[in-house]
Design a protein around this ligand. Structure first.
Ligand code: S3P
Length: 433
């Protein structure tokens, strides 16, 4: 397998400051919105992760001019009415966000397009998006009646829907809202549990009129987006790995600036506080389109907790690393209502439980989460990432507290969301003796 790494991190502590890369969800959306709007959109702090590069690649194939200069991106678009019909298949790589949001965007264009991704994307459910889009009139064909890629989309005229979300999913919500941009009438999305709201915030930033009230989003079709500047904050889902690393690795102290702390994403901060972590969050800019903070974490003793209900969508991507955190906490941590983990880049309930057990953790899978008894000292072992960036990074963080080396089979996948992850590990790592 490619990029096997042996991590020999015994007797280390983590100390210093890092700036985590740009938020993945917001980076994707900045390209999509910039391509939809007529004119020049500029983006700073863009994440050069593989997933976001897949989004750029798809829009280039639609004829949108996108220039990347470090983490600055310029999108020059003649508006979506002037996109070209691509001769090639749009390849979305490992990116669920690209695949699902593009379905919503492409459904209301004048174009025929075909989308496909890697082996993991080929297993991820798409009916959750194609079903509501079909209610809007979208013409989408794909394996198992539109459940799996490759998917063919024949753009057409759409009509608005009033849709109650059966699962808490920002990808589904965003696909419907982006289709709603081109639909006749007022699109309404009702959420029982609030998922990340980057699409709603960015629609406002691009000049759209959108109403959000107690989980009900209303949005009039036919609005034109105005090109603008997007400042992408650091990704709290990437910061999460070093928040946990700092909390569990003895004698550590890590500071991260410019971390996005949008409340629909910041559930991990609440969990860390509840578990007794030594954490300081200083808000930098409360009124920005996306609020940011400087966060410092120091190692401390931790107590178990229960994580369930409305907080789950606000920390869904952080559950693998929270599971590792819980192995070091006193007592029994219960995570429930998190069945969505089964349909991420891999089945993250099975992956987390299998891999942490190999290190000696006392952890069991349940139907909708896991139960972790702690604290347990972790040993070394041979771990798999399952090609999932977040499982790979969880395993690297485990090596900071394991009593002997950890070998991880495939760490290349980490570049999906955090290409500079190992540089940051090197910067923070101090040998104790
Ligand atoms: C994302 C939404 C979440 C998250 C994913 C990114 C987004 O997925 O897990 O990493 O950018 O909208 P769901 O909305 O499917 O839960």
């Amino acid at each position: 397998m490619s990029s096997t790494k042996v991590l020999d991190n015994q007797n280390i502590r983590l100390q210093g400051s890092i700036v985590v890369p740009g938020d993945k969800s917001i980076s994707h959306r900045s390209i999509m919105f910039g391509a939809i709007a007529k004119g020049k959109t500029t983006v700073s702090g863009f994440l050069l992760g593989e997933d976001c590069l897949s989004t750029i690649d798809c829009f280039r194939k639609l004829g949108v001019n996108i220039e990347v200069n470090g983490t600055d991106v310029t999108i020059q678009s003649d508006g979506m009415d002037n996109w070209k019909e691509p001769k090639e298949v749009l390849y979305t790589g490992n990116s669920g966000t690209t695949t699902r949001l593009m379905l919503g965007i492409l459904s209301g264009t004048h174009l025929h397009t075909v989308m496909t991704g890697d082996a993991s994307i080929g297993k991820r459910p798409m009916r959750r998006v194609t079903d509501p889009l079909r209610l809007m009139g979208a013409k989408i064909a794909g394996r198992e009646n539109g459940q799996y890629t490759p998917l063919a989309i024949q753009g057409t005229k759409l009509k608005a829907i009033d849709y109650t979300m059966p699962v808490a999913s920002a990808q589904v919500k965003s696909a419907i809202l982006l289709a709603g941009l081109r639909a006749e009438g007022t699109t309404i999305v009702r959420e029982k549990e609030i998922s990340r709201d980057h699409t709603e915030r960015m629609l406002k930033q691009f000049g759209a009129n959108i109403e959000v009230q107690e989980g009900i989003i209303s949005f009039q079709g036919g609005q034109q987006l105005q090109a603008t500047h997007v400042n992408v904050p650091g990704d709290i889902s990437s910061a999460a790995f070093f928040l946990v690393a700092g909390a569990i690795t003895p004698n550590s102290e890590i500071t991260m600036e410019n971390v996005g702390v949008n409340p629909t994403r910041a559930g991990i901060l609440e969990v860390l506080e509840k578990m007794g972590a030594d954490i300081t969050v200083t808000i930098e800019d409360e009124h920005a389109a996306e609020p940011t903070a400087t966060i410092t974490i120091r190692s401390s003793s931790l107590q178990a907790t229960t994580i369930e209900g409305e907080i789950i969508p606000r920390l869904i991507d952080e559950i693998p690393i929270i599971a590792l955190l819980a192995t070091q906490a006193q007592g029994t941590t219960v995570i429930r209502n998190a069945e969505e983990l089964k349909v991420k880049e891999t089945d993250r309930i099975t992956a987390v439980v299998t891999e942490l057990k190999k290190l000696g953790a006392n952890i069991e899978a349940t139907d909708d989460g896991m139960v972790i008894h702690g604290p347990t000292a972790l040993g070394g072992g041979q771990l798999q990432s399952y090609g999932d960036h977040r499982i790979g990074m969880m395993s690297v963080v485990a090596s900071f507290i394991s009593s002997s080396p950890i070998q991880i089979d495939d760490t290349d996948c980490i570049a999906v969301s955090y290409p500079s992850f190992f540089d940051h590990v090197r910067e923070l790592k101090n040998e104790i003796y």
